[in-house]
Design a protein around this ligand. Structure first.
Ligand code: BEZ
Ligand code: FE
Length: 286
């Protein structure tokens, strides 16, 4: 019979999980066993703490569904999502950097024309985000799809609300000359959901649950690396303390105030509005 001791259990478990049929699965699972055991040893994990952790994971699963991604949120606040983004997107310095996807992206957003309003009358200061999509050589990219989403003035994303229609999300396509124009409302900073297991943990710390004001972009163009990123409002609170570690200097953009008058899409605004100009630079696919 196999004699299992405190000293040899890690080796035995590693060997067992090393039998995974796919070599990468074996590599990942044996490393997971090694690090989990090392963690338990380092903190001298008690049985009560182990049970509390299991129950926390259970609650995290129970609160999750197709609209609420509590495990993504957990990964985000632990800095794991951003680590994975950084390790997997070593873009050229001139390319627009990637940041976290977050838990609120919804597939299948409606396709809107250049300058069409994705806020559809929701309260807020009108904002035009406009510019170009280019490659590293400065070549303008036409037909690129920008999938855009953001929170409303109460900090809520569509998936957190009970609504039937697409809300503050849309897809825009770059024109022949590589230009795009998103009409929306100025995003505000917001706090991540605190009413679940992630919030429970944050509440036991001095961590600020806030994110700086931003708009999300997912840009897909054949031949280029898909780009998941945000644009942050320059001067916004929490740029230095983003709870999910998602801010990057290159993604901070001035929101310029304008009196009523001509707008970047060639239209006219009867009320004051903001513009943010940004040229996205895509990394060619490896
Ligand atoms: C977001 O920006 O939508 C987000 C990202 C990570 C965690 C929570 C929210
Ligand atoms: Fe967000």
């Amino acid at each position: 019979m196999q004699l299992v001791t405190e000293d040899n259990v890690t080796e035995l478990a590693e060997a067992r999980w090393g039998t995974a049929h796919d070599p990468r699965t074996a590599e990942v699972l044996t490393a997971l066993v090694r690090h989990l055991h090392a963690f338990a040893r380092e903190v001298r994990l008690t049985e009560a703490e182990w049970m509390a952790a299991v129950q926390w994971l259970t609650r995290t699963g129970q609160i999750s569904d197709e609209k609420r991604e509590e495990f993504i949120l957990a990964s985000d606040v632990l800095g794991l999502s951003m680590l994975v983004v950084q390790m997997n997107h070593h873009f050229d310095k001139a390319a627009t950097p990637a940041t976290v996807l977050g838990p609120f992206h919804i597939d299948g957003s409606p396709e809107l024309e250049y300058g069409a309003d994705m806020s559809d009358g929701l309260p807020g200061t009108p904002l035009y985000v406009h510019g170009t999509v280019r490659d590293l050589d400065g070549k303008l990219v036409s037909g690129g799809v920008l999938d855009v989403w953001q929170a409303d003035n109460d900090g809520a994303y569509e998936s957190q609300l009970d609504v039937d229609e697409a809300r503050l999300r849309a897809k825009y396509t770059t024109r022949e000359d590589g230009t795009y124009c998103v009409r929306t409302i100025a995003p505000l900073g917001y706090g991540i959901p605190m009413d679940g297991p992630v919030g429970e943990l944050i509440g036991r710390t001095d961590i600020s649950p806030n994110r700086p004001a931003h708009v999300h972009f997912l840009i897909n163009v054949p031949g280029y690396e898909p780009l998941i990123t945000h644009l942050f409002r320059e001067g916004a609170p929490y740029l230095d303390s983003d709870v999910v570690f998602g801010t990057k200097q290159e993604l901070v953009v001035a929101f310029t105030e304008h009196a009523p008058g001509p707008t970047p899409d060639g239209g006219e605004s009867a009320v004051p509005f903001l513009t943010a100009e940004y040229d996205f630079v895509l990394q060619p696919q490896a």
